[in-house]
Write a protein that binds this ligand. Structure first.
Ligand code: NDP
Length: 251
């Protein structure tokens, strides 16, 4: 699955799934564009990528800032001249509920990153993806397919919307030769829950999942790599669930 000469943008590449995905693509020879806010972490991921492949382009960007999102595409085109793969991975969860009175704030903050920025970046990258017959992978979650109390409602709403955005974009872009798919992990061992202010135990979560384990970020990266590759040339509008059986039964 060589990605030599392919240009791959990964948002949220400073941490967790995005960082692991960048390294997975780097090992296959891709030219990476790694995006996030935390420069120190981006530099560390860039070092890891460079040690197994090419030196990535770092774009420091806040996905809630429209100019930053535009910069991701302009910097990529300036440096590499094309885009082959867009991995819309950056995501977060802000706690908020109807009864607490903080639902709208959580909704606005969460949707700005998890949905609006994905829609915006996809729209900006699409003309370049049409030129290369490239593809898009959106990182969704099983939280968009089930009602969960462990994460806030806006997070689930954002991921349910990403699933439908994936299908709609896949249908619209299919005649242009651009594939669009999503990957929906269950719990993955990253900083996500810490960043969301949710106290969890990986052991307890694992004990409630059919396969009795939580995924490592690299496992998700491998699936993204496959979907982005020519081996998946017949796959579009699909959602690949990798949740250790969590959707079958958690608890
Ligand atoms: P992490 O918290 O480890 O990483 C989140 C990434 O998103 C970071 O690189 C962060 O970069 C970036 N990010 C968040 N907000 C912004 C913003 N405003 N602007 C730019 N970048 C931002 O979590 P994961 O790796 O676990 O999450 C990656 C994706 O996987 C998310 O979409 C998440 O919803 C999804 N997911 C995660 C699961 C899990 O159990 N971990 C399960 C299912 C789905 P920085 O801080 O540098 O800005």
């Amino acid at each position: 699955m060589s990605f030599t000469d392919k240009v791959v943008i990964v948002t949220g590449a400073s941490s967790g799934i995005g960082a692991a995905t960048a390294v997975v693509f780097a090992k296959e020879g891709a030219n990476l564009v790694i995006v996030g806010r935390n420069e120190d972490r981006l530099n560390k991921v860039a070092e890891q990528c460079a040690s197994s492949g090419n030196q990535p382009l770092i774009v420091k960007a806040d996905m809630t800032n429209d100019d930053d999102v535009k910069k991701i595409v302009t910097d990529t085109i300036e440096k590499f001249g094309k885009i082959d793969v867009l991995v819309n991975n950056a995501g977060m969860s802000v706690s908020g509920s109807i009864l607490n009175g903080d639902l709208l704030k959580a909704y606005d903050e969460t949707l700005a990153v998890n949905l609006r920025a994905v829609v915006h970046l996809t729209a900006l990258a699409t003309p370049h993806l049409v030129e290369t017959k490239g593809n898009i992978i959106n990182i969704s979650s099983i939280a968009g397919k089930m009602v969960t109390t462990s994460l806030s409602l806006p997070y689930s709403i954002s991921k349910a919307a990403i699933d439908h955005f994936t299908r709609g974009a896949a249908l619209e872009l299919a005649p242009s030769g651009v594939r669009v798919n999503s990957v929906s992990p269950g719990p993955v061992k990253t900083d996500f829950f810490d960043n969301a202010g949710t106290v969890i135990s990986w052991e307890i979560i694992a004990s409630r999942i059919p396969l009795k384990r939580c995924s490592e970020p690299e496992e998700v990266g491998d699936i993204i790599l496959y979907l982005a590759s020519d081996k998946a040339k017949g796959i579009t509008g699909s959602d690949f669930v990798c949740d250790n059986g969590g959707l079958l039964k958690i608890g």
